[in-house]
Ligand binder design. Structure first.
Ligand code: KG4
Ligand code: ZN
Length: 347
């Protein structure tokens, strides 16, 4: 008699569509099998994400991206244990594409649905199983830095998170992208500023930093300061940007890094927590990574830096939260609403 061995593995399909990346991932027992991301080039020429175009592009991308994620994981969709999707925060039209697809597929396959907070997912990407990545122990602090958010989060357990500092205006990703725009660089400009900064002298130009006593950030003043500085310099010399691009980028980046680490040092002082993680798209920045690593020797911190593919928006981070919630039987239902605003401590 042939004995059928039942596969007890837990397979979670993650779907992320909160902004301008359509992504799907399959995770097996916490290990990422596939993490497919389709970027939307369409926004480049507008210098920022156009919400209406983003949701249209999600609609075009979602089926092939999910198909690819399942096929390349070498599983049949019937093996999926649950579907996790981004509930918020994000652009409503974009969120609706991913969540509607997730709802339909969960009905068709008769498997549970798990809603995920995008901000929690950036942090919990650190718990994706990977022998090369050490997982942070609780409690730890996470500097979540992206195009939409800048937060210092205190994490006491998987789903117990508290924001202890955040931006009062622009996010740090916006500071990078808007500075890049002023310099005539393409959108999103963060990676370009990073690239040119590596070739420049960070002490060439001085930009003023916000003076705030608490753990909150502000980046709008820096953006305005850079704008006025560049306008003045270009008036004096129309070739100022081309002649000084590397030094300008290095000086801007150094200022941003100083603002971030000044608050992070304060947060460590206040909480006594020395396990420090970074997350979000801006944590791909090379100087932020190097500066964080250097704190291990300088201050005795223990730092956790995610792999590049789990920093910018991706469904691997949604799937890992799906897996952690699956283990806790924390399911949502067809009525769970997507929401443009969602705090890090909300589910
Ligand atoms: O997390 P993310 O992919 O999307 C949001 O949820 O916002 O972050 C995107 C942000 C953009 O502002 C982009 O310019 C920035 O991350 N970014 C970088 C780098 N790579 C991506 N900023 C600075 N240096 C980088 N290397
Ligand atoms: Zn994000």
């Amino acid at each position: 008699m042939l004995l059928m061995v039942k596969d007890k593995s837990i397979y979670i399909l993650g779907i992320e569509s909160s902004c301008d990346d359509t992504s799907a991932a399959v995770i097996c027992n916490g290990k990422v099998l596939t993490n497919v991301v389709a970027n939307q080039e369409i926004h480049t020429k507008y210098g920022g994400v156009v919400p209406e175009l983003a949701s249209r592009a999600h609609q075009q991308n979602i089926v092939p991206v999910i198909q690819q994620a399942i096929q390349q994981a070498n599983i049949d969709k019937k093996q999926l244990s649950a579907i996790a999707f981004t509930r918020g925060p994000g652009l409503m039209g974009s969120l609706l594409v991913g969540s509607s697809f997730a709802r339909s597929l969960s009905l068709a396959l008769n498997i549970p649905l798990i809603s995920v907070n995008h901000m929690q997912a950036h942090v919990l990407a650190h718990f994706i199983d990977d022998e090369k990545q050490e997982k942070p122990p609780f409690p730890f602090l996470c500097l979540t830095i992206s195009g939409g958010h800048t937060q210092i989060v205190k994490i006491t357990s998987y789903f117990d998170m508290e924001v202890i500092g955040e931006t009062l205006d622009d996010a740090v990703g916006e500071a990078f992208d808007k500075s890049a725009k002023i310099l005539g660089l393409p959108y999103p400009g963060g990676p370009f500023v990073d690239k040119y900064a590596r070739l420049g002298n960070p002490n060439t130009f001085e930009f003023s930093k916000p003076k705030m006593a608490d753990l909150n950030f502000s980046f709008s003043g820096l953006k305005t300061g850079i704008l006025y500085f560049i306008q003045k310099k270009v008036k004096e010399n129309p070739n100022f940007i081309e002649e000084n691009l590397n030094d300008i980028c290095a000086s801007i980046q150094r200022t941003i890094v100083e603002i971030l680490f000044d608050k992070l040092e304060k947060a460590v002082e206040l909480t006594g927590i020395k396990h420090i993680a970074i997350a979000g798209g801006v944590s791909a920045n090379s100087e932020i990574r190097e500066t964080l690593k250097a704190t291990e020797e300088e201050f005795g911190w223990k730092t956790y830096i995610p792999k590049f593919e789990y920093t910018t928006d991706n469904a691997g981070m949604i799937a890992i939260v799906g897996y952690l919630k699956y283990l806790e039987n924390d399911f949502s239902n067809q009525n769970t609403r997507t929401t443009a605003r969602l705090k890090v401590n909300e589910n």
